[in-house]
Design a binder for this molecule. Sequence first.
Ligand code: ATP
Length: 506
Amino acid sequence: MNKKSITNKMTKYIDAGFPIIYINTFEEIKADKIIVDVSKSVGRQVLEWDASNGVTKWNVKDEDIKKQHCSDGDYSLEQALQLLNVDQDLSEKILVIKDAHHFFDNHKIVSMLKDISHKVLSGLETTIVVVSPVLSIPREVEKYITVLEIGYLEDYEIEGLIREFALECECKISEVLLEEMVLAFKGLSEYEVKNILALAYADDGELTKSDLKLIHDQKQQVIKKSGILEMIPLKESLDDIGGLENLKKWLKKKAKVINNLNKAEEFGVDIPKGVLIAGLPGCGKSLNAKAAAKLFDVPLLRLDMGRLLGKYVGESEANMRKAISLAEAISPCVLWIDELEKAFAGIGESGGGAEITTRLFGNFLTWMQEKTSTAFVVATANNILKLPPELMRKGRFDEIFYVGLPNKEERKKIFEIHISKRRKIDLPKINIDKLVEKTEGYSGADIEGIVKDSIEETFASGKTELTTEFLLDAIANTHSLSEIMKEPLEKMSKEYKERKFKNASI
Ligand code: ATP
């Protein structure tokens, strides 16, 4: 949502007498600007409370906000609310409270907010605006609070910031670089964009292509700090995957659409939603998520479902919205949801935790169903028996693949890939067919382990060449996946076949 539409929305809330508006953002400067615009259109004075300054009154000249102290000494939030509430000083005011989430476990503060909300509902012309990067809503005032999320910067807003910066610093920037920078900055706040631009400029006094790496590195950190998403560096490509040819072919087809989105849409092609890759552990599911991002040439964001769950009312849903809107802001991207079954375990059961999970799941399904952005979801799951059937209905994912244990041909390729990566020089002399024969029931991860172990053994024994014998010894010392997980594997394979999932292998 851009600044104008948030301003309009907030004005409507105030006109309609909503007692508390909760702006969930870490972009305080942007929030302040919005509040100024709103205060002008509703004709109200703005008072602010924050922990370092106590109560201040806003004096606005053009775009500039001067915050004038209007309390002797620094009032605590409790004192400030007491004073303002008793004296009826709140009439025709907007009271902005910054970082109030720190104080929401104080029952006196919560009770005063409730009291003020009642007065607003009985006609007092006041609105409390909470501005905070953390969404924590006390249950007692839940029904008086309306949450407003300031979304991420739109492309044209980022472009405006870069142009403005370049003008101020009198540095030239080509249109091509500008476009690349806009893409790289997607998903960052105004404050972060300005800081990174200053950093990029500081090292050599210009903005150049080499600064894209800096932007990328900084962005990786910012996203990590958000705590829910992680930006994974792209190393593996489709060439690093042995076998799974059906899945690879399918991904290549999607890449054609994603890399030519405008043309494809014009032609009538639907925007790809995503893929669910289910199957045995260590057989290349994660590898495919990573390789897909590299193939599409877009960032890879990993969603940590465990971290979504928060302790306050609505916190988990807000985290989910945040993760989704960040992924959409960064899109085109691949949003990788690992171990999907863990995220949605307990759906439909009763109890606090299960209810939150059920609600989260509902939010996720709706998003998948209605998604129009190019955040391509790659969900991976080990155990589909734990996944709710709604998830597997048509319309959520474009396709569901299962990956099983690699066949002969695939094992051959996996051996070749992992030996080439580490001891390419020895590959021609190794009898791969013999290794393939001895590794029926082994996963890709097992094979990688065998290659690593045998190379280490070769080195430790003082030999200079990796041989078939070293590899055969390592095989003999490794229990295969099918040996370790015999029963669950048989059960799962049967299930995949019954549900007619597409086989990732030919
Ligand atoms: P898990 O469910 O345990 O996370 P996974 O199916 O996601 O497993 P990956 O992480 O993709 O498994 O694979 C583990 C390791 O095994 C990878 O680092 C990769 O090197 C190797 N591997 C697995 N399958 C293949 C394959 N088909 N080709 C090459 N390497 C493979």
